[in-house]
Design a protein around this ligand. Structure first.
Ligand code: ADP
Ligand code: MG
Length: 696
């Protein structure tokens, strides 16, 4: 292994590199612009662009690209070389300030949810100078936001940056009220824990379902699954270990703080967690991490599956979004602190989060919705579809004491008074015991655990930032206009917690009792994507996003359309793939086996009619019956798919996929999986679960 500190960030045009390579005034102007969120003047941008280009060329780059995050959930890039012709027929390498600041990719082939119809097809990308440029595959990548010419966001980064501004403004108002005059900004921080599967590349290539959809659409349960719990934190396979090592090195070069890696619960499932950083950078880094996982796996004869549920019957993959707020002076606002004043501020922010999660359960639920994540949420391997918050025993007791005036029992019984009593610190081991909660306080941050593994973390963090910004705004509106700050604050915190306490649940989120209890409490239980999505464009939510200038109403409708469309498209591809595999692979395989059995039986009979053929006969009968039944299921699915054209409204179409296509898929799979159990191994047309999950 090479020298890690030297390796770290070596492909990033980071602060250290800028300091070393930019003229002093340019560097200062750049820092000032970033700190205040102001645009750079073209002159300064030109100097930076030139320095970036020289640096990139030294590192072997020949091209540059604006790197952006369209609504596909993955990243996009269009490479331009640095070459520029000279009069004498030669070329020089050039990169201008204008090229750095703004790009004009054709927006027409990215999902826009109807924005394209109303606005120009052209779009533009704009440099996000808070995220460093980096080199990937010999190309200088400039992190950018992607908008239409009318200014509507066509990507995930633009609203994320807007939501970060929104929470910055509101949190700063609160900090000022608590007498903090040092901090200039509050940023949210995120550390996303990324789960993924690795499967053998040769086996993967034999499965059309994995290739087209990222998950297995057929597959009987193998004799062994995850029941022995022998994979979690177990010794890592040699190939996997080599993959992880290469991945770490590549991530470090890009300045990504890859920290822990281990085996996860399911066979061939793994996890990587980085050290947390500012949310927009964490988002860029998580996109790069997923991309590199996919790219590096084949170097080791592996394929990385980021799908939320690649295999039925074993755990799927999620992503834990660890979230907190911190000042530019480095203070974590979800850290209780040591003094009564800091504690009061902590409790203010905590109650804002409680209020936000309760009032906007629907948005949090939507932020983790997708066709793929529908397989996990509520399936006893991931948090349920019901949103609730875990505070842990101690913090809950404190909260109860504040609201009810009851004594809080620590060493001695005290009646907790805001701004008077000092809170204990909450070590991780007292706050992290509940792994079933969707949204858990873990000592000095919240862990939002419902995200799917393939998600861009932009979506959930846009929601989190905005809903907490709104709660903080409402608090600041009250607190800025009172002559009795302490009295008003006390009442505000008490009233808020009293009103929103129903969202706090410290018990087992997987239990039946919780579903009933949540219903009694009036909490939402939006079981799937189709049920959840309509809430996105409710008047309450449109008011929220437009007030904080995170989304315009037009943008919200466009995103709603995109989410619906993507849901339907995914199920459509899955259904077509199933029909294809069933017709072209499974049925022919079963027929071949039946044919072999028949030939054997006939041959045996021709030797002597006394030889028993009852095994062949039984198998032939069973297989033929099942095959006939399977054929009917294929026809049924085919017929359902023909009805798709009858739906033009996005919501109606998604409902049809949910209500009619998915059940037909489930029925087809059940028969196919039964056939797998009866068909000789050498006839089965693709690798089984056993093959895929337990490779060497
Ligand atoms: P686990 O949840 O697996 O027990 P840890 O609690 O050690 O793991 O960390 C989980 C993630 O939380 C890591 O990515 C870590 O960097 C991140 N994290 C820690 N503190 C913060 C914070 N203040 N803001 C955001 N993320 C944080
Ligand atoms: Mg975790």
């Amino acid at each position: 292994m090479s020298n890690v500190p030297e390796l770290f960030g070596s492909l990033v045009f980071n602060d250290k590199t800028m300091k070393a390579r930019l003229p002093k005034e340019t560097y200062k102007a750049f820092k000032a612009a970033v700190a205040d969120g102001k645009p750079l003047d073209v002159g300064t941008a030109g100097v930076i662009a030139n320095a970036m280009k020289d640096w990139a060329i030294e590192k072997g780059a020949t091209h540059f690209t604006h790197w952006f995050q369209p609504m596909t959930g993955i990243t996009a890039e269009k490479h331009d070389s640095f070459i520029s012709p000279t009069k004498d027929g030669e070329v020089i390498m050039e990169f201008s300030g204008k090229e750095l600041i703004k790009g004009e990719p054709d927006a027409s082939s990215f999902p826009s949810g109807g924005l394209r119809a109303t606005f120009e097809a052209r779009g533009y990308t704009a440099w996000d100078p808070t995220s460093y440029a980096f080199i990937k595959d010999g190309t200088l990548c400039i992190p950018t936001a992607f908008c239409s010419y009318g200014g509507e966001a066509l990507d995930k980064k633009t609203p994320l940056l807007r939501s970060m501004d929104a929470i910055d403004v509101q949190a700063m108002r609160i900090l000022r009220l608590f007498g903090n005059d040092k901090a200039k900004h509050v940023r949210t921080t995120v550390g996303p824990e990324q789960e993924y599967f690795l499967v053998d590349e040769k086996l993967y290539n034999q499965r059309k379902d994995l290739i087209y959809t990222g998950r297995t659409l057929f597959g009987a349960k193998p004799p062994k699954g995850q029941e022995l719990d022998d994979h979690y934190f177990g010794a890592i396979r040699a190939r996997v270990s080599a993959f992880m090592k290469e991945l770490d090195e590549e991530l470090w070069k890009l300045g990504i703080l890859a920290k822990t890696k281990h085996n996860e619960v399911a066979p061939c499932q793994h996890e990587l967690a980085p050290i947390f950083t500012t949310t927009n950078i964490a988002t860029d880094h998580n996109q790069l991490t997923m991309e590199l996982m996919k790219k590096i796996a084949p170097h080791h004869g592996l394929v990385c599956l980021l799908h939320e549920k690649p295999f039925a019957g074993v755990n799927g993959s999620g992503k834990h979004n660890n979230w907190s707020m911190s000042t530019d002076t480095g203070v974590n606002l979800l850290e209780p602190g040591d003094s009564p004043l800091e504690n009061a501020q902590f409790l203010t922010i905590l109650s804002a989060v409680i209020k936000a999660v309760d009032e906007y359960q629907d948005l949090l639920r939507i932020s983790v919705s997708s066709a793929a994540n529908d397989h996990r949420l509520g399936a006893n391997e991931a948090p349920p579809a019901i949103m609730s918050m875990f505070l842990g025993e101690e913090l809950s007791a404190i909260v109860d004491s504040i609201v009810d005036g009851t004594a809080y029992d620590k060493k001695e019984k005290v009646q907790m008074q805001i701004g008077v009593n000092v809170l204990p610190t909450f070590p991780k081991d007292t706050t992290d015991r509940n792994r079933t909660s969707p949204f858990a306080f873990t000592g000095n941050k919240f862990e939002f655990r419902s995200l799917g593994s393939a998600f861009s973390i932009a979506g959930p963090n846009i929601i989190l930032n905005t809903i907490v910004a709104e709660a903080l705004k409402q608090f600041a509106d009250v607190l800025e206009n009172t002559s009795d700050f302490t009295g008003t604050l006390n009442k505000l915190i008490k009233d808020t917690i009293k009103e929103h306490r129903r969202i706090i649940f410290n018990g087992n989120n997987y239990s039946e009792e919780w579903v009933a209890e949540a219903e009694k409490r009036g909490l939402l239980n939006l079981k799937n994507t189709v049920e959840a999505l309509p809430y996105f464009i409710s008047p309450k939510n449109i008011a929220l996003f437009t007030a904080h200038k995170v989304f315009s109403e037009v943008e919200m409708h466009s995103r709603y359309e995109i989410l619906l469309e993507s849901y339907s498209k995914i199920i459509n591809i899955e259904a077509l793939t199933m029909v294809d595999m069933a017709k072209k692979e499974i049925l022919p395989a079963v027929m071949s086996y039946v044919s072999e059995l028949s030939t054997t039986a006939a041959a045996k009979k021709s030797v002597s009619s006394a030889i028993t053929c009852d095994v062949e006969e039984k198998l032939i009968t069973k297989l033929s019956n099942l095959a006939s039944c399977m054929y009917k299921k294929i026809e049924a699915l085919d017929a359902v798919m023909l009805d798709v054209k009858n739906y033009s409204d996005g919501m109606e179409l998604a409902k049809f996929y949910r209500g009619s296509v998915i059940p037909a898929m489930v029925e087809l799979r059940a028969i196919a999986d039964e056939l797998e159990g009866l068909t000789a191994k050498k006839y089965w047309p693709f690798p089984t679960y056993g093959d895929l999950l337990f490779y060497a």
